[in-house]
Design a protein around this ligand. Structure first.
Ligand code: SAH
Length: 358
């Protein structure tokens, strides 16, 4: 039994079964045994690959998007450039290179802040982003106008789940089975008071349906919405999930590029859930920001110039032409990341419609 599994077993013996959110928080963020705390999970040798690791064009286009927003904001100097969950720092490294070329004024004005809890990933980020400041939480960010980027950050935030029974919604819980010595699923005996958290569009789903909510995601969206409205700026959220709230169990574990049982190896597999873009947009709008989209990642990147930039790179290094074509197809192809992944923008009122959004 791994150390984390043993800790969870003892905690359940004392406190009873965990909510999915408590389980996810421990599996991903336990200060010693959490998945993101222990290792760098990204890339071919790790457990999963993300868009910035597939092609430099992803980060470059996002950098240019940020520069355009800075122009729309009236070129504030200084301005905060913030990334939530920067992974290896690849996206921001590519973004800063593109910004340096296309918008040197923005490059000089920006103060880079990275919100990251993982010591292993902070170390990887520091090798690529020398002039950054690190924060544990978005709430600790200094005041001022800000451009915020988050790629595959919200999918890692803990979700809660409920299952519809005859008498209402019962919370899905993680318990311990003494006989098999394994974690297992349970349902709360009583229908739950968490109903307000369940997205409106899902509340009347039929018996047997699963509903999900991400309280940490909603509070991040509300915090962003409030600060963008009051202090100026914009945020770009790229992640995977449906454009509209929908019922269904989207909790998934990935280990060495393959799906795994989410309860099998806490701390050793990545756990994520679909991002509910409709609920995030609603939380940010209620806090005063304007939400744009979501649009599909494919459409977003195509509009920003994915193909011309890829062609430019192919011209510069013809030997890599096929590899670059494959990366473009992976980022924008409808069967790959192009449709499942979405981009949502949040802006202060008065900035107009950002590039890439209809
Ligand atoms: N954006 C990167 C990495 C995505 S993986 C990329 O696209 O490659 C998720 C990232 O979010 C990791 O850097 C992880 O350490 C970070 N993260 C997860 N939960 C977090 C939390 N609650 N607070 C801050 N960072 C978190």
């Amino acid at each position: 039994m791994t150390a984390l599994l043993d800790l969870l077993r003892r905690r359940i013996a004392v406190d009873g079964p965990l909510t999915v959110a408590q389980y996810m928080a421990e599996a991903l963020g336990h200060p010693r045994h959490g998945y993101y705390v222990k290792q760098d999970p990204l890339g071919a040798a790790g457990d999963f690959t993300t868009a910035p690791e597939i092609s430099q064009v992803f980060g470059e286009l996002i950098g240019l998007w940020c520069a355009d927003l800075w122009q729309r904001m009236g070129t504030p100097d200084p301005v905060l450039l913030v990334e939530l969950g920067p992974g290896r720092g690849t996206l921001m490294q590519d973004a800063l290179r593109a910004i340096g070329r296309a918008a040197p004024g923005f490059r000089a004005a920006l103060r880079l802040h990275l919100v990251e809890t993982s010591p292993a990933l902070r170390a990887a980020q520091a090798t690529r982003l020398a002039d950054a400041a690190w924060l544990d939480r978005l709430a600790d960010l200094a005041e001022g106008p800000a451009v915020v980027v988050a790629n595959e950050f919200f999918d890692a935030l803990p979700i809660r789940q409920w299952q519809r029974g005859a008498k209402g919604w019962h919370e899905r819980l993680v318990g311990w089975d003494e006989e098999t010595c394994r974690l297992h699923w349970e349902l709360s005996a009583r229908a739950d008071p968490g109903l307000a958290l369940i997205p409106e569009a899902v509340r009347d789903a039929p018996e047997g349906s699963i509903a999900e909510a991400c309280p940490a995601g909603l509070s991040h969206a509300a915090l962003l919405g409030r600060r963008l409205a009051q202090q100026g700026g914009a945020a770009l959220i790229v992640d995977y999930g449906p454009a509209r709230s929908a019922p269904g169990d989207s909790l998934q574990a990935v280990r060495r590029h393959a799906f795994a049982d989410p309860l099998e190896a806490p701390g050793d597999a990545d756990l994520t859930a679909h991002v509910d873009f409709q609920s995030l947009a609603q939380a940010a709008s209620q806090a005063g920001a304007i939400a744009h989209g979501p649009v599909t990642q494919g459409a977003f990147l195509e509009t920003l110039g994915l193909r011309p930039r890829a062609a430019q790179l192919q011209k510069a290094s013809p030997a890599r032409a096929a590899e670059i074509d494959a990366a473009v197809a992976r980022l924008a192809g409808p069967q790959q990341m192009g449709t499942l992944f979405k981009a949502l923008a949040l802006t202060a009122p008065g900035l107009g419609t950002p590039a890439g959004f209809p």
